[in-house]
Design a protein around this ligand. Structure first.
Ligand SMILES: Cc1cc2nc3c(=O)[nH]c(=O)nc-3n(C[C@H](O)[C@H](O)[C@H](O)COP(=O)(O)OP(=O)(O)OC[C@H]3O[C@@H](n4cnc5c(N)ncnc54)[C@H](O)[C@@H]3O)c2cc1C
Length: 473
């Protein structure tokens, strides 16, 4: 069977690999010059070193049913920091170690509460991962995991002091309304992974994951056609073929003009987008001089202050106002991976972005530098080079990042699990043989390939086939 995949992000490549392994003739069409979508590692324009353009930390890659069956850890060298993430605070910061016990101990008075929320999740971690990936095939462990997740979603709001700040930083990843079920659900899953598989980075950058997928696809007869922006579905699909679209609802409405029923197109057009990212990549002459020296070895650092401060900043961004003190996510990849710099270099690369309003053109470099400086006096003096990537950069380089929303659509109660439309099989479309598989379908944003896994599984089921073996061979 001829299978066209439009888009080569992690979900597109996951679907392509599965369909090629199942014996189909697969071609992936990608607008960009290189495959990978959000898995992109580039060279700095004016510095000898490489940086991750999009994804940096990959807890979901180790946790996902797709990547586990693909044996990703046998194909990519993941480096896992002892500190998964930290929440920068004045004085003593809050730190999530890979070790849950150490986290509890160092959180002091609020540590016991953190343990109470995390332990049931860790006891049920495999089932929690399946639920997080929307793999709802019934198993006895699913009920235990659902109960643990429900308790964690509630428990995150009962935390006190430093544990509450730790939770606030991780729940802000989803840019969802603070205190909402989607924010806490995403936060609970990410926080559990911090103590389960950790928050690893691939040696050589996130593109290493894309390269592993592409090389498996090619080894099984698949092809990648880069530099081809598909404008009309009929360029790559005719009735009787299979197409798996690694694109968002807006892109699909455009591609499917004249093919899609009007009522479905209308539902796609109602899909909403959320806050955008404004990013900066710094090169420093030394590690960030965090006042709390434990943060020097953290893989990821959240900057946002107390829960109420983050909530205010996120709300402002959603209302279209650039926050004065935005929530900032920061990664320090070269604390672990020196291969990203020339041999012998003692420089450091820092990746950071702030949540800003959708479509905002603001260059957040200065705001982010100020935020870092307040928890790491002397930071500015270490900057050798920086490159800003505001929201329009993301919108222009990936049609799925509408207005610079890097999460493929607003994450709220209406769109967490029903993206892009309310149906039990959101990966299926009204066109027979055409499936959707992107961050705008469940389980949403992140490098997990699970939307691609779901779409390919449905496509195979419609062809009376089962999932092929995906292991290294
Ligand atoms: C700054 C930033 C930081 C992030 N940090 C993390 C992180 O640390 N960890 C994490 O897990 N995730 C992170 N993410 C999110 C993650 O990158 C995305 O959720 C993920 O890449 C989405 O995967 P996808 O398969 O849906 O498609 P994408 O990765 O979005 O790829 C879609 C591809 O489709 C192509 N395309 C779209 N339309 C067409 C068309 N019509 N024709 C041809 N090609 C088309 C695009 O060019 C693109 O290559 C980050 C993203 C950004 C931007």
């Amino acid at each position: 069977m001829r299978v066209s995949v439009v888009g080569s992000g992690p979900n597109g490549l996951a679907a392509a690999v599965i369909m090629a392994r199942a014996g189909h003739e697969v071609t992936v069409h990608e607008s960009a010059a290189k495959a990978g979508g959000g898995l992109r590692t580039d060279r700095f324009e004016a510095f000898d070193g490489i940086f991750d353009v999009c994804s940096a930390a990959h807890p979901m890659a180790l946790a996902s049913v797709f990547f586990q069956s693909f044996e990703i850890t046998r194909r990519v060298d993941f480096l896992t920091p002892d500190i998964s993430y930290a929440h920068a605070m004045e004085g003593v910061s809050a730190v999530a170690y890979r070790s849950l016990q150490r986290t509890i101990d160092e959180l002091g008075r609020s540590g016991a509460g953190w343990g109470r929320v995390m332990k049931p999740l860790l006891l049920n971690i495999e089932a929690v991962r399946r639920l997080g990936g929307m793999d709802l095939r019934a198993r006895p462990s699913t009920i235990g995991a659902a109960a643990a997740l429900a308790a964690a979603v509630g428990g995150l709001s009962t935390l006190r002091e430093d544990a509450r700040s730790l939770a606030a930083g991780v729940t802000a990843h989803a840019a969802a309304p603070f205190g909402s079920f989607p924010a806490r659900f995403v936060g609970a899953v990410l926080a559990a992974e911090a103590h389960a598989s950790g928050w690893p980075i691939p040696r050589g950058g996130s593109a290493a994951i894309a390269e592993a997928l592409v090389s498996d696809l090619v080894a099984h007869g698949g092809e990648i056609n880069v530099g081809h922006h598909v404008d009309d579905l009929r360029e790559v699909w005719r009735p009787g073929d299979v197409a798996i679209l690694n694109i968002g609802p807006r892109g699909f409405a455009r591609l499917g003009r004249g093919l899609l029923p009007a009522s479905y197109s209308r539902r796609l057009s109602r899909y909403r987008y959320g806050n955008a990212a404004s990013k900066v990549d710094f090169v420093l002459s030394a590690p960030i001089p965090w006042a709390d020296s434990r943060l020097r070895d953290a893989g990821t650092v959240h900057i946002g202050g107390h829960e109420a401060d983050i909530s205010r900043a996120e709300k402002a961004a959603r209302a279209g106002v650039v926050p004065v003190d935005p929530y900032v996510l920061l990664s320090q990849p070269t604390r672990l991976d020196r291969s990203r710099l020339p041999e012998g270099s003692s420089d450091e690369i820092v990746w950071a972005y702030a949540h800003v309003p959708n479509n905002s053109e603001i260059d957040a470099s200065e705001m982010i530098a100020r935020r870092i400086e307040s928890f790491a006096p002397g930071f500015r003096e270490l900057i050798i080079h920086h490159e800003a990537r505001p929201a329009p950069f993301f919108a222009a380089t990936n049609a799925n990042f509408v207005g610079g929303d890097i999460l493929g659509g607003r994450v709220d109660a209406g769109q967490l699990l029903t993206r892009p439309t309310l149906t039990t099989r959101p990966w299926r479309t009204p066109l027979p043989g055409v499936y959707l598989a992107s961050a705008s379908t469940p389980p949403g944003a992140g490098v997990h390939g699970m939307a691609g896994w779901h779409a390919a599984r449905l496509a195979l089921r419609d062809l009376d086939q089962t999932l092929p073996d995906l292991g290294v061979r």
